[in-house]
Design a protein around this ligand. Structure first.
Ligand SMILES: NC(=O)c1ccc[n+]([C@@H]2O[C@H](COP(=O)([O-])OP(=O)(O)OC[C@H]3O[C@@H](n4cnc5c(N)ncnc54)[C@H](OP(=O)(O)O)[C@@H]3O)[C@@H](O)[C@H]2O)c1
Length: 243
């Protein structure tokens, strides 16, 4: 059992909180406001907190925020995050939602930019699955056609812990390489939101080509980052899990 703090109580943060609480982790969750605004977040093992409290002293922090919100995190939150052994970023850069961020347009990977803003390393995970698939497609280890999810970041025991979290919430874990490799699982790439098996996902990650970056960015610019959000939030907050 780990103590896990999640900042971002929307589609992805909300689903992960429920799933991680249901497998026995002690989960805290926060949005940008007073925790009373999450009082109706009705999930076993999940406690609403202020953002800084949510990640203070935890084993693992998960940031599930719009990319641009990373630059608005308070000093208190940044201070608490600096002491957390493992930080996972689920985020994706969508200019239509986040505005243009020149470093990302110029090729810094989304999560390397997050790490720079936080002043500490992060892992990129849970970014390349759509909310509805994350909600409904988790299965037992060994199940036929199990969907796989990748983790990018430094090798070592911390990465292994993130790979294990992926398995615990119902997906086959795949090593996606270093944080510098994480463009291979960003929006617009073949590894993005395609609900692939482990073998297929490894192939998609390995097969991504830097020369295709303009195409990946054009794909990303055409994707809708907010479709179905209100419907998903209702499902998640009121415990109407489908799986
Ligand atoms: N939706 C998907 O299918 C999907 C799939 C994979 C990855 N992602 C990526 O994962 C990230 C989260 O996506 P999402 O769809 O879960 O977003 P979302 O549903 O819009 O939820 C965003 C959450 O972030 C919170 N937030 C925003 N600014 C904050 C701040 N400064 N401090 C604390 N909390 C703050 C919001 O709280 P308030 O309500 O208080 O503003 C809200 O709870 C994004 O980068 C997204 O691109 C999304």
């Amino acid at each position: 059992m780990s103590r896990i703090g999640i900042i971002g109580a929307g589609t992805i943060g909300g689903i992960l909180a429920r799933k991680l609480g249901s497998v026995g982790h002690e989960v805290r969750i926060a949005n940008s406001k007073d925790p009373s605004t999450l009082e109706d977040f009705d999930a076993p093992g999940v406690t609403p907190k202020w953002a800084a409290e949510a990640v203070d002293g935890v084993d693992i922090a998960i940031l599930s925020l719009p990319q641009a919100a990373i630059s608005n995190l308070s000093e208190e939150v940044l201070g608490a995050l600096s002491d957390v052994p493992i930080v996972v970023d689920t985020g994706n850069y969508y200019p239509a939602r986040d505005g243009r961020i020149s470093a990302l347009d110029d090729g810094t990977t989304d999560s390397a930019w997050v790490a720079e803003n936080l002043g500490r390393p992060v892992f990129k995970a849970f970014n390349n699955i759509g909310g509805m698939s994350l909600l409904t497609k988790g299965t037992e280890s060994g199940a036929d056609n199990r969907v796989a999810l990748s983790v990018a970041g430094s090798n070592g025991s911390a990465k292994q812990t993130v790979l294990t979290l992926i398995d615990e919430v119902g997906f086959d874990p795949v090593d996606g390489g270093s944080l510098d490799d994480s463009w291979r699982q960003q929006p617009g790439t073949p590894a993005y939101c395609a609900d692939l098996s482990a073998e297929e996902l490894r192939g998609a990650i390995d097969g991504a080509s830097e020369s295709e970056t303009p195409k990946y960015h054009a794909n990303r610019d055409q994707q809708d980052p907010v479709g179905g959000t209100e419907y998903m939030h209702r499902l998640i907050r009121h415990g109407q899990m489908i799986d």
